[in-house]
Structure formats: structure tokens, C-alpha cells
Design a protein around this ligand. Structure first.
Ligand SMILES: CC(C)(COP(=O)(O)OP(=O)(O)OC[C@H]1O[C@@H](n2cnc3c(N)ncnc32)[C@H](O)[C@@H]1OP(=O)(O)O)[C@@H](O)C(=O)NCCC(=O)NCCS
Length: 260
């Protein structure tokens, strides 16, 4: 008796390969030249959009994040405030930078974008993680260099990026989580139309005890103490494509009315 393991003539695997080969060989005549149906097209897998151009804002540019950008980011002036130390990158060797780039920048379900200012200084990174292409949703992360915050660059870069995200990239929703003490970030997200969907607690991982520290007295209301454990209050926020496009249209109408 012959070997019954593996693909059998007429079985799913066999017919799929035969069909793929047929499609690949089948030249389709289009406006005078010939194109070949790719295997991805045949299987119905949509090509993921690649940002191969620069998104221009009034002052900032947003573009694909490269390995050299990671070198630049590792040289940013660090945040001294322990509550923002998560945004510092301490990667002293090329090997560590390579690993970080492969895993955290370009890892599975992740894409990153660089933000340049008017002087073409790379001073910000926008990242998407937990990308769900089928569900049309991803989680946002954004970090500006410590000396670039509070100048409107973050809000401007995100606005430019959101047009691309909900447009060419085809996403339907963006989600993010933010510490409640981070009033600047929350204000930035609110201005772009994000709304709160949930509040929750996350254990203090800032490497500094907040309780009893006078430095953190003004943000006391944003953390809770349960026995010996400190918990930071967080928010989940989201923005839908409909909401973003509606807000954009309203802003344009307002600008037109003011201009006329
Ligand atoms: C969050 C971040 C991207 C915002 O970008 P930004 O360019 O610094 O923000 P903007 O200058 O556009 O300011 C946004 C709003 O916050 C306000 N704001 C600025 N500093 C503030 C502060 N210390 N407290 C409260 N509001 C503040 C601004 O006035 C502005 O609101 P307005 O236009 O109504 O006046 C940027 O600050 C950043 O990267 N911070 C460090 C990393 C971080 O927190 N990432 C987000 C993690 S969820």
C-alpha cells in the first residue's frame, strides 16, 4: 500500500497548490502589459500599508522609524522625573540597540514612526502595538524627547498621524492607556477627540515610593495605597474613525467660516 501521509491528489492542500501555480502562471492582460497574480493576492491577504513617504504637518514631519532613529533616541536628554523614566532608553551597546529594534520597534504586532521638528531633529516616536489588522484597532504609544515637550509638537504630530492611521492604514479605532497624573498627555488626547472608556489601577513600577514623599504631594490624588502596595490610577481611552473624521470636518468648517 502506498504512503497515505501527506497531501493526496484531490485533497485540499494539493488543489490549493495546483490552483496557486495555475494563478501564478496565468498572465492577466491589463492595458497593454502583463501582470502576475501574487500568492498573497490569491489567498486574499491584503498588503499592509508601508509608510514610504513623509507625512507633513505645519511644523513636524512623521515618517517610518529607522534603526538610526533608535541610535538618536538613545542619545535624547533623559527625563529626570522618575514618573517619566519609562520613556528613557538606556541601551549602551550596539547589540542591545539591535535587539531592542528587532523586538520592541519591529516585533510582532508593532510599527514605529519618527517625528522630526522644523530643524529635522528626530525628537519623537509614535508606536503602535497590539496591532489587530482584522479588527482594525491598535494601541498607541508616544514619547517626545524631554526637551521637546509642552511645545505643541506631540498634538500636532499625532493629528497628522491619525489622518494616515484612519485613512491609508484603514484602522477603525485607536486605543491607549495613560496614567491619570499625566495631565499633559490626557489634555493632548482629549484635544484630538479621545474619550475615556475605563479607569483602573496599575501597580507602581516607577522605582520610587510615592507615599510620604513631598515631591509627589500634588499628585497624591492619582494613586492609592492598599496595605503596603502603591497603585497608580490609569485611564483607558479610545478614538474611533467616525469621531475623528467628524471632528476634522467640524474644524475645517470653522476655519472656512473664520477665513470668509
Ligand atoms: C504626551 C505628549 C506626547 C504631549 O505632547 P506635547 O507636545 O508635549 O503636548 P502639547 O504641548 O501639545 O500640550 C498638550 C496640552 O496639554 C497642556 N499642557 C502642557 N503641559 C501641561 C501640564 N504640565 N499640565 C497640564 N496640561 C499641560 C497644553 O497646554 C496643551 O493644552 P492646550 O492646547 O489646551 O493649552 C508629550 O508631552 C510627551 O511625549 N510626554 C512624555 C511621554 C508621555 O507622557 N507619553 C504619553 C504616555 S501615555
Amino acid at each position: 500500500m502506498g504512503n497515505l501521509d501527506g497531501p493526496q491528489p484531490g485533497g485540499f492542500h494539493f488543489s490549493l497548490v495546483r490552483k496557486a501555480n495555475f494563478c501564478y502562471k496565468n498572465l492577466e492582460k491589463r492595458s497593454g502589459d502583463y501582470s502576475v497574480m501574487g500568492i498573497k493576492e490569491f489567498l486574499g491577504i491584503k498588503a499592509r500599508p508601508q509608510l514610504d513617504r513623509i507625512l507633513q504637518g505645519p511644523r513636524v514631519k512623521v515618517r517610518k522609524f529607522s534603526r538610526e532613529d533608535l541610535d538618536k533616541r538613545s542619545k535624547w536628554l533623559p527625563y529626570e522625573d522618575p514618573l517619566y523614566r519609562h520613556h528613557n532608553i538606556y541601551l549602551p551597546t550596539t547589540g542591545m540597540l539591535d535587539y531592542w529594534y528587532k523586538t520592541w520597534v519591529n516585533g510582532r504586532g508593532r510599527i514605529s514612526f519618527a517625528i522630526d521638528d522644523e530643524a529635522d531633529r528626530m525628537m519623537g516616536q509614535i508606536s503602535l502595538r497590539e496591532i489587530d489588522w482584522r479588527g482594525g484597532v491598535a494601541r498607541l504609544g508616544i514619547s517626545l524627547a524631554s526637551d521637546a515637550v509642552g511645545k505643541g509638537y506631540g498634538t500636532e504630530a499625532l493629528r497628522v498621524f491619525l489622518r494616515y492611521y484612519f485613512g491609508e492604514m484603514g484602522f477603525k479605532r485607536m486605543v491607549l492607556d495613560v496614567a491619570q497624573f499625566n495631565r499633559r498627555a490626557i489634555r493632548c488626547y482629549e484635544k484630538l477627540g479621545f474619550t475615556v472608556t475605563r479607569d483602573f489601577l496599575r501597580e507602581n513600577t516607577f522605582g520610587v515610593r510615592l507615599t510620604g514623599n513631598t515631591r509627589f504631594r500634588n499628585i497624591r490624588r492619582f494613586f492609592v495605597i492598599d496595605q503596603d502596595c502603591e497603585w497608580i490610577k490609569y485611564l483607558d481611552m479610545e478614538l474611533t474613525r467616525e469621531k475623528f473624521l467628524q471632528d476634522e470636518a467640524r474644524t475645517r468648517e470653522k476655519e472656512d467660516a473664520e477665513g470668509s
